[in-house]
Design a protein around this ligand. Structure first.
Ligand code: ZN
Length: 229
């Protein structure tokens, strides 16, 4: 069961279309995996929709100098036709990615963005990365950790959002499973690692990683691999 969710404020921003493209991808993929957040977003959308509809109906039925105003019945009929028309999906989702002999089924939002996933690169040891080009400065990545992998302890200049797509990893704070969404700000350092299981995550950063401990500080130039402009 998913225990780590985006805050209600983030879900509201998602429903209102106010999140960045990268956060929309991460939060949308979490929602695909999480019945609890699906229900919350559904409630928020109904609320937002009703508020917008009230404004639209008032605008369309109020006469102005340039517009005589629509009757309430005509307005209702027009809206009914709009709502009963079926939206055709424009993107064919591609659900599978294969890496190191493993096959992963992608949740729908990520599957619809499959063409944005770039080449896999082996960063170091058992750690793999593929950039996801969402049209912003490139700092959204799929990260694959084979069993027994540790990402060196690091902090961020901005926020880091991570979603577990498949597998298990832990850091100093907790253990995270499929669907868990983790948001860390600049004040927190952490050391993600896997033990006997592997883990595929989707992660987005709004500023480069900064490696903080011991010899891994030498890896700071390598943080550009996570944060490609
Ligand atoms: Zn959730």
């Amino acid at each position: 069961m998913i225990k780590s969710h985006p805050s209600e404020a983030i879900l509201y921003q998602y429903a209102a279309g106010d999140l960045s493209a990268s956060m929309t991808l991460v939060v949308g993929t979490h929602i695909d995996m999480c019945p609890v957040c699906q229900q919350t977003v559904c409630d928020i959308e109904s609320d937002l929709c009703q508020k917008h509809l009230d404004t639209v109906v008032e605008t369309l039925t109020t006469p102005t100098a340039a517009f005589s105003g629509m009757s309430k019945a005509t307005c209702d009929k027009m809206l009914e036709e709009i709502f009963s028309s079926e939206a055709k999906p424009s993107i064919q989702p591609e659900e599978l990615i294969c890496l190191e002999g493993r096959r992963f089924v992608l949740p729908r939002t990520l599957a619809c963005n499959h063409s944005r996933i770039g080449e896999w690169t082996n960063l170091v040891g058992k750690l793999w990365r593929a950039p996801v080009n969402v049209g912003e400065r490139g700092h959204t990545n799929l990260i694959y950790m084979e069993p027994g992998t540790q990402v060196p302890e690091h902090t961020h200049k901005g926020q880091e959002a991570t979603l577990v797509i498949d597998g298990v990893f832990n850091d100093e704070n907790d253990v995270y499973y499929d669907g868990d969404f983790i948001l860390l700000d600049a004040d927190r350092t952490h050391t993600p690692q896997t033990s006997e299981n592997d883990c595929l995550t989707l992660a987005t950063l709004d500023a480069p990683l900064y490696f903080t401990s011991g010899i891994s500080r030498l890896l700071n130039p390598f943080s550009s691999l996570f944060f490609r402009v």
